[in-house]
Design a protein around this ligand. Sequence first.
Ligand SMILES: Cc1cc2nc3c(=O)[nH]c(=O)nc-3n(C[C@H](O)[C@H](O)[C@H](O)COP(=O)(O)OP(=O)(O)OC[C@H]3O[C@@H](n4cnc5c(N)ncnc54)[C@H](O)[C@@H]3O)c2cc1C
Length: 441
Amino acid sequence: MSDHQRQAIVVVGASLAGLRGAEALRDGGYDGPLILVGDEPHKPYDRPPLSKHVLAGELPPEATALPQLTRLQAQWRLGQPAVALDRERRELRLADGATLSYAKLLIATGARARPWPGAGADLAGIFTIRTLEDARALRSALARRPSRVLIVGAGLIGCEAASCCRDLGLAVTLVDPNPTPLARLLGTAIGATLAGRMQEFGVDLRLNTEVQAFSGDVGQVRRAHLLDGAVIAADLVIVALGATRDTDWLAAAGLVADARGLTCDAACRAMTMTGEPDPGIYAAGDVARWPNPLTGGHLVNVEHWGNAVDQARHAAANMLAPPADQGPYEHLPAFWSSQFGLNIKLAGLTDGADALAIVQGSRASHRFLAVYGRAGRTVAALSFDQARWLPAYAEAVATGAAFPPILGATDQPRIETLAPGFPSPRRSSNRAVPALEMAHA
Ligand SMILES: Cc1cc2nc3c(=O)[nH]c(=O)nc-3n(C[C@H](O)[C@H](O)[C@H](O)COP(=O)(O)OP(=O)(O)OC[C@H]3O[C@@H](n4cnc5c(N)ncnc54)[C@H](O)[C@@H]3O)c2cc1C
């Protein structure tokens, strides 16, 4: 049978998870037709540098292309969103009307930046950071030296953008409804140390308040109006309110999919509305929501680079395996971030943590290793410029060791347990809340 007569494996979403999944299919011995469908016009590129080196002007946007690690021999359908899925016919429809039939499908459609939801959204000078085009446009706007940059949302991407803008010598105001930056991700006990660092770097932090609206002159943003009554002059705005999973195109597919993602079983197979996994459809990366055995089987989305790679490889291996050999995907979530001269790394999930201990260094020095506990178990380990012992603590997280884990690696005379200080969930008046804990924004 020729390749053209055989049904293909189709990968929808030609970014990090799509690429690494396709490579894993080839590495796993799949030699049939392989099609990658992507709505962006580019071959896969890397997003983490977009809010760091690209924004800082240290890396041209086109230098973010992801290396191809295996000869793919794939057909690329770029600039072509998939718009509908017919599971009965095993067919995918593209925006140009073409249909593709598949033997198996890997969904890796990721997420897109949440746009500014309030008044003033149509003004020029308001940016998000998710795509290469976003980064290009923002970079050239920054190069025109705005008099003040206002960033909405002190999640990871908002904080990284603030750091880059200060490095560029630009005046920066960062607004967030929580008491500290990264409050939902790391808690206020750690967030307060980052707030101090930001202030040392000259960021105008506006916390416990939120932007209600933007206003401008002749179509250009000029002012942000805050809930506390403050009006801040700003001619460039970066909206860093997290991302929504790209599942709209699956609306009529009979799968469990919404803005929280595409729900899968532990083996990364997409769940149908009837409660069974579809044996031909798998998902990986930011779009996937799955019961992670390492987090007690709760459904989680992990919007981090390492997960996109590992989950795509796992899903691809399962796609090639007989059902009985399709193992669960166990992943210890982890991310890194660089900002304000600090290298921040987290392993594990801080969700629901009720205790925090600094096991090395000190918050005052901004060099420390901290662990989070929940109900007496170690659930996450965090390093601020102190990553040497992180793998050992990450191991304690993976094995659910008692909190705080005693590894003989502490330099503290006495390990003190603190409250991490997670803000209670709140909803802003304009729904412009920062991303959830795991979202990289
Ligand atoms: C600015 C930024 C900085 C980041 N920094 C870090 C970091 O420091 N550390 C870290 O761990 N993680 C970081 N991340 C997160 C990391 O980049 C993501 O987890 C990763 O990109 C997820 O890969 P993915 O392939 O699942 O999804 P995506 O990268 O979102 O790719 C999905 C692709 O599918 C396409 N698509 C969507 N819908 C369709 C459709 N219907 N048809 C066809 N194609 C479609 C999209 O256009 C996109 O190209 C960052 C993310 C951003 C945006």
